[in-house]
Design a binder for this molecule. Structure first.
Ligand SMILES: C[S@@+](CC[C@H](N)C(=O)[O-])C[C@H]1O[C@@H](n2cnc3c(N)ncnc32)[C@H](O)[C@@H]1O
Length: 352
């Protein structure tokens, strides 16, 4: 396609060009994965400074000078997507790359772990079978690729399990900061349970902000076995579809989306049983808009929805607000309040 201009003047229409770009967007994800695998952002962020480096300097640090021109090609692509900044001091100088605010997420919030988890080979195997979600929707692409559900797959593999826990912690940090800065519903609460709390990272953030609270981190037995100890947190293993531990508040982040509607109602009923009079469930979920548009936030939410289709159980999905209301009612909760609407995560309170 050499020589095709993006104004369509030599025959390729804007729509053809846009379709090619959409199709080739795998190059962006895979270059991001390559940068995370090679720890390139950390090499640039040396000694706590955002040092502009040439691809050759980075490749030399990686012990592969021969790969520097390939590295530069990926750095340029990711520069075009806002991850790196490019500077050229003079015509004979090479391009130098530093991190943008977006790229710094990889260093500051360890988002590299999230990138490596979301683009792990095991998940890519499932993505290849996405069309099967239409032809044979009774089991998810992940199970078709690996013979067992994703949560069991990662719980059975200590390395993958570790990566999943790290990925969850790194991606949850910003959401928890946003939530805890604005939410005051932990007043008067003594014990909080985090359902599907993974390493206990989100619960630790809650306890750090609200001193004196005690916490139970509830997750699959193999996950909590590998979870690090935190002061004030008891790790409890079990299956949330069977039972949940008692608490004044049951918190969950990114959990209801993993289950189908019937499973959600069963899970919310388990929560109802475990709560005292006037107790509540606080759920942080990605809530879909009713109408589809092309805004970046709608795109991100719908991408996350199709991710669930590829990886988690057949009924797992992002939901609109009215579906959450129906689930709340079916589980017997008095009200569902949208306490913090957000463009990415929304805080929902199911009140007993
Ligand atoms: C998407 S992760 C969310 C982790 C964490 N809440 C966060 O947002 O950082 C879902 C968690 O649910 C846990 N999980 C899956 N099935 C479960 C079950 N049946 N009972 C308890 N925990 C489960 C997984 O092990 C995983 O840690």
């Amino acid at each position: 396609m050499e020589g095709v201009s993006n104004n369509g003047s030599n025959g390729a229409s804007h729509t053809t060009w846009a379709m090619m770009e959409l199709t080739n967007s795998i190059a962006v994800s895979m270059s991001l994965r390559a940068m995370a695998k090679l720890d390139v952002p950390k090499i640039i962020w040396q000694n706590g400074e955002n040092t502009p480096l040439t691809a050759l300097e980075i490749a030399t640090k990686l012990g592969s000078e021969a790969g520097s021109s390939n590295l530069e090609r990926m750095l340029r692509l990711l520069t075009a997507h806002g991850v790196f900044n490019e500077t050229m001091l003079g015509p004979s100088e090479g391009r130098r790359f530093s991190l943008t605010g977006l790229g710094r997420e990889i260093v500051d919030r360890s988002m590299g772990a999230f990138i490596l988890y979301r683009l792990d080979d095991a998940l890519l195997d499932a993505w290849r079978l996405l069309h099967e979600a239409v032809l044979e929707p009774s089991s998810e692409p992940f199970i078709k690729a690996h013979g067992k559900p994703a949560y069991h797959y990662h719980a059975d593999d200590p390395v993958f399990n570790e990566r999943m826990m790290e990925a969850m912690s790194s991606s949850s940090g910003a959401v928890m900061d946003w939530f805890l800065e604005r939410y005051d519903g932990f007043e008067g609460v003594r014990r909080v349970v985090d359902l599907g709390g993974s390493s206990g990272f989100c619960l630790k953030k809650i306890l750090d902000k609200h001193k004196g609270l005690e916490g139970i981190n509830f997750d699959l037995p193999k996950v909590v076995e590998a979870a690090p100890p935190y002061l004030g947190i008891e790790h409890v293993g079990g299956d949330m579809l069977e039972w949940v531990p008692q608490g004044d508040v049951i918190f969950m982040k990114g959990i209801l989306c993993s289950w189908d509607d019937d499973e959600c109602v069963g899970l919310l009923k388990n929560c109802y049983k475990a709560l005292p009079e006037k107790g509540k469930v606080i759920a942080l979920e990605q809530v879909l808009p009713m109408h589809t548009d092309t805004s970046p936030s709608t795109r991100a939410l719908l991408q996350a929805d199709v991710f669930l289709m590829a990886i988690y159980s057949p009924g797992s999905k992002r939901r609109t607000e009215d579906i959450f209301r129906r689930l709340s009612e079916a589980a017997g909760f008095r009200t569902l309040e949208i306490v913090l609407p957000g463009s990415f995560y929304t805080a929902l309170e199911f009140q007993k």
